[in-house]
Design a protein around this ligand. Structure first.
Ligand code: AMP
Length: 207
């Protein structure tokens, strides 16, 4: 059994619904269990700027699939969402990236793990650290990127509608509510909250 983290992104055809559906489809992969799902975040597009904002999230999976099998599963889910590969950084109904597969380091044709660009992307690190604050990553390299939490998941379900302009204390309270549901121990939870604080100072949109 390996813990794997999957980055999820969408900016076409009701992105929030695409991401929520993706969580269910990840949970339905063979020999795989969905362990945790992050809140949903909104981020500005990287690279090709003339396209809608993205909705991003991260899922933690426990899987018996190999990394290659898991990647195939992810690509199958992307296909179901009508994903067309046009050009790099193009708009997309669903993008699934295998971020981490246990502690494996893989550099094969068609699969690099840890995902080569994850350390530079706040829209990956922010949701990843929300559900796995013990991982040795920080947001130092992407402080200028704007990522806003727009919905919070609880007990495997989104329970709060997308909120624009929620103030930071509201977000922090929500994180306090959210973290115990993920089974995060108290000190890890505190670290997650501190990170949220730090990042909020740097780049959250605080009204
Ligand atoms: P993208 O356009 O971001 O979906 O990139 C998909 C391509 O990246 C596919 O050809 C994959 O084989 C390749 N790839 C390499 N490493 C990974 C990874 N860790 N997760 C997802 N796709 C990967």
């Amino acid at each position: 059994m390996t813990i794997a983290y999957v980055g999820i992104g969408s900016n076409l055809d009701d992105p929030q619904a695409q991401v929520m559906r993706a969580f269910d489809e990840l949970a339905a992969l063979p020999r795989t269990r969905l362990d945790a799902r992050s809140s949903l975040y909104r981020s500005a597009p990287v690279g090709h700027a003339d396209q809608p904002d993205f909705v991003n999230a991260v899922a933690a999976l426990e899987t018996e699939l190999s990394a290659q099998q898991l990647l195939q599963g992810l690509q199958g889910i992307e296909q179901k969402h009508g994903r067309k590969r046009s050009f790099a950084n193009a708009p997309r109904t669903l993008d699934l990236d295998l971020l981490l597969y246990g502690s494996a380091e893989i550099d094969a044709a068609g699969l690099q793990v840890p995902h080569p660009r994850m350390r530079e992307r706040a829209f990956v690190l922010q949701p990843l650290l929300e559900i796995a604050p013990e991982l040795p990553f920080d947001l130092a390299r992407c402080r200028d990127q704007r990522v806003e939490r727009i919905a919070i998941c609880r007990e495997g379900r989104r329970y709060e509608p997308a909120v624009e302009g929620v103030n930071h204390s509201g977000r922090k309270r929500a994180a306090q509510l959210h973290a115990p549901d993920l089974g995060v121990e108290r000190d890890l939870q505190q670290r997650a909250l501190r990170r949220l604080d730090d990042h909020a100072k740097a780049s959250f949109i605080v009204p």
